[in-house]
Design a protein around this ligand. Structure first.
Ligand code: PLP
Length: 453
């Protein structure tokens, strides 16, 4: 028993200082605030594969926080790097000034990516990485005298963060419909979820390469000279783990090449080892022109994102007089010293423990464990790749999302953290997970599924 495990439920208020009176001020993101505040789920500590809840339970982290804590929690090397950095250089302006670690980190990141994706632009989140990549794509065409290319193409059910560019190219209906006007000149390809014959596929599904021809349809509709870029998640995570059919991403690359369109991979989830390769770029052997990342870059410890740009894109900007700014874009906290220190230490941990490829070693065990849930009640599909897994449940008639959300609540009561989106349960544990922890996660989920109405 840890010290926290000896605490009783009634002692939460004493430990956290929270009372039911002071929960009101915090407007929580992507959360049912009123429901949450009736019975708050508070996490107070984290170490390796576990959170400690305020009521003293050890919660197995089946989601790496929000798909980000890839090295696990409380990693000493990262903690010390951040502590040392804050004492040494707390902040340096990112515009017209820099600090050495920002260059060191960019060089190490560029070395992780295949050529020619060898330039790195820093942001503070996945959403900002997406906005940055979209703006780079538009400005790239303008810089080359093709300013008519202003149209952006995303995908239904795509998730590209929450800023206006991201929700415009994104295709998750709930994330768009509250907000009225979107960015003009955006169109969407169909998603690849639910293609007949792909149910319970292990890894990348066989059917559906023809869905890439949707891009051809939109090119013919709009004329290629109007299209700047196509953005896709190699594996769509937030929409419920939607995998690309075999050959689909390669075909998108071919079509983009034929028509002078930039291809953007949104690797905010798939980056940094999630698929068992450093990036989705490596897994699918497809090289886009821009790659957006965040999350695993610092293992979630300090907010940070990065956009990788190919030399073709970067070089298009590096023209004109030397003293002029090439891209009118950036954030006060781009290349923040604490984030750079956290990212450098995170890359050390990934390298020392070979975590960026560990997912490949664990993938088969993970896959077989997940697919053993196939006969549980209400399960209509199971999907997996690397250390990502999804269990899709049949929705309750007239009450979509309720069954999966009930599973999430029951799972938390049974000391495992999972996520749900719609009626899909999604899991993405830290890359340090052991076989016995996979057994615990999946075994507990089995009990949860069996208990659902
Ligand atoms: N893009 C993808 C593919 C994501 O999965 C996410 C977050 O889950 C984002 C962008 C947005 O990242 P953030 O929440 O850091 O802004």
């Amino acid at each position: 028993m840890t010290e926290a495990n000896t605490l009783a439920r009634g002692e939460i208020e004493q430990i956290t200082g929270l009372t039911t009176n002071n929960l009101d001020a915090y407007w929580m993101p992507f959360t049912a605030n009123r429901q949450f505040k009736k019975d708050p789920r508070l996490l107070v500590k984290a170490k390796d594969m576990h959170y400690t809840s305020a009521d003293g339970r050890q919660i197995l982290d089946g989601t790496a926080g929000l798909w980000c804590c890839n090295a696990g929690h409380g990693r000493q090397k990262i903690v010390e790097a951040v502590q040392q950095q804050v004492a040494e250089l707390d902040y340096a302006p990112a515009f017209q000034m820099a600090h050495p670690k920002s260059f060191e980190l960019a060089a190490r990141l560029a070395a992780l990516m295949p050529d020619p994706l060898n330039h790195v632009f820093y942001t503070n989140s996945g959403s900002e990485s997406v906005e940055t990549a979209l703006k780079m794509a538009l400005a790239y065409h303008k810089a080359r005298g093709e300013g008519s290319r202003t149209r952006l193409i995303g995908r239904e059910r795509g998730y590209h963060g929450v800023n206006f560019g991201g929700i415009s190219v994104g295709g998750m209906v709930a994330n768009r419909k509250q907000f009225g006007a979107m960015l003009a000149g955006v169109d969407h390809m169909r998603h690849t979820h639910g293609i007949a014959g792909n149910e319970f596929s292990k890894g990348v599904p066989k059917n559906g390469i023809e869905y890439a021809e949707d891009l051809m349809r939109l090119i013919q509709l709009h004329d290629p000279s109007t299209i700047a870029a196509v953005i896709v998640e190699p594996v769509a995570g937030s929409a419920g783990v939607i995998l690309p059919p075999e050959g689909y991403l390669k075909r998108l690359r071919e079509i983009c090449d034929e028509h002078g369109i930039l291809l953007i991979f949104d690797e905010v989830i798939t980056g940094f080892g999630r698929l068992g390769t450093p990036f989705g770029v490596d897994y699918f052997d497809v090289i886009p022109d821009l790659v957006t990342t965040a999350k695993g870059l610092t293992s979630g410890v300090v907010p940070m994102g990065a956009v990788f740009a190919s030399s073709k894109v970067y070089d298009a900007f590096m023209t004109g007089p030397d003293h002029l700014i090439e891209l009118f874009h950036g954030y006060t906290y781009s290349a923040h010293p604490l984030a750079c220190a956290a990212a450098l230490a995170t890359l050390d941990v990934y390298a020392e423990e070979e975590l960026l490829t560990r997912g490949a070693k664990m993938a088969e065990y993970w896959q077989e464990a997940l697919h053993s849930l196939r006969d549980c009640p209400h399960v209509i599909d199971i999907r997996n790749i690397g250390l990502i897994g999804a269990v899709e449940l049949e929705p309750i008639a007239g009450e979509p999302t309720k069954r999966a959300f009930t599973a999430f609540l029951k799972a938390y009561e049974k000391n495992i953290l999972i996520r749900t989106t719609g009626d899909t349960i999604a899991m993405s544990p830290p890359l340090i997970i052991s076989e016995s922890e996979i057994d615990t996660l999946v075994g507990t989920l089995r009990d949860v599924l069996k208990s659902l109405d």
